[in-house]
Design a protein around this ligand. Sequence first.
Ligand code: 5GP
Ligand code: ZN
Length: 115
Amino acid sequence: MSDDCLFCKILKGEIPSTKVYEDEKVYAFKDINPLAKEHYLFIHRSHTANVNEMSDESPEQIAEVYSGISKFTKENGLVDSGYRVVTNIGKHGCQTVFHTHFHVLGGEQLKGFGS
Ligand code: 5GP
Ligand code: ZN
């Protein structure tokens, strides 16, 4: 946990969020500014700043987050229609919250990278 981290505050319940999934290791909630009909943020309960740090320090956490994404998207039909997972890193990636998070976007046809 990091005291001045927004998503750690969400994990502690100090800032409200709309939960969509949780297990022992992972928490997921609706993005406050959705960029698709369905837009969720999946985070690990342990604080790291970005996915590179997570990979270097605790690579098992990547699998734990993805396991949550897999269960959630199967249970909610997203996997049938398809969806996108995005994790932004640093300035050029437009990362604004420095607690590793994976955007899950779907619920409608998304634009392809070439269109
Ligand atoms: P990033 O830009 O770092 O990849 O993504 C951060 C995401 O967190 C953004 O999509 C933004 O809308 C979302 N966000 C920022 N503050 C809050 C908040 O207080 N609650 C929720 N649910 N989402 C937030
Ligand atoms: Zn944090």
